[in-house]
Design a protein around this ligand. Structure first.
Ligand SMILES: CC(C)(COP(=O)(O)OP(=O)(O)OC[C@H]1O[C@@H](n2cnc3c(N)ncnc32)[C@H](O)[C@@H]1OP(=O)(O)O)[C@@H](O)C(=O)NCCC(=O)NCCS
Length: 140
């Protein structure tokens, strides 16, 4: 497990699947993380989220140190090790938006990708209207 000033960043645990599906089922979040139609996901989608988390090179569940609350998740996927490219992803529960947690988690994860995962580039995708994410990525 890793720690930053206000967060624990730990590996995926089975109980996280319930929190993750709730996160992905929040329309405010879903619109920024998929280009598929925004629809409620069925319970079995938890299996898909679990598979994705386990397939990631680095999947981190973000926990607020002070209260133990689930804040969200952050990940790096190295698809082709020879390319040394890490694809970055992050999603936080709306309750925690705009408080600097995205910046705090992303700084750590991107730093870790360069320093410990051996990537030479971090890539990502973002939708045009996602102002908070674009500001965060530009600053990073
Ligand atoms: C994108 C996301 C990770 C940003 O995390 P966050 O904790 O909310 O962001 P921070 O508080 O660290 O702020 C990041 C920047 O966005 C700005 N910001 C925060 N909320 C904002 C909002 N609602 N509108 C515009 N700018 C906003 C902050 O001022 C900051 O910019 P600055 O560094 O120039 O001051 C988070 O909002 C989120 O999970 N959104 C839903 C999922 C998502 O969009 N994931 C990314 C997909 S590409």
């Amino acid at each position: 497990m890793f720690t930053t000033d206000r967060l624990f960043l730990r590996g995926f645990e089975d109980d996280d699947a319930d929190k993750l599906i709730a996160l992905h089922n929040d329309a405010k979040v879903q619109r920024f993380i998929t280009n598929e139609p925004i629809v409620p996901r069925p319970t079995k989608y938890k299996e898909e989220l679990k598979k994705r988390a386990e397939a990631c090179t680095l999947h981190l569940t973000l926990i607020l140190r002070e209260t133990g609350e689930f804040v969200g998740q952050c990940s790096i996927m190295v698809q082709e090790p020879k390319n040394r490219d890490g694809f970055f992803g992050i999603a936080l529960h709306p309750k925690f938006w705009g408080k600097g947690y995205g910046t705090e988690a992303s700084k750590f994860v991107v730093g870790y990708a360069f320093e410990a995962l051996g990537v030479q580039r971090v890539s990502l995708g973002v939708f045009e209207g996602n102002k908070a994410a674009i500001l965060l990525y530009k600053r990073l």
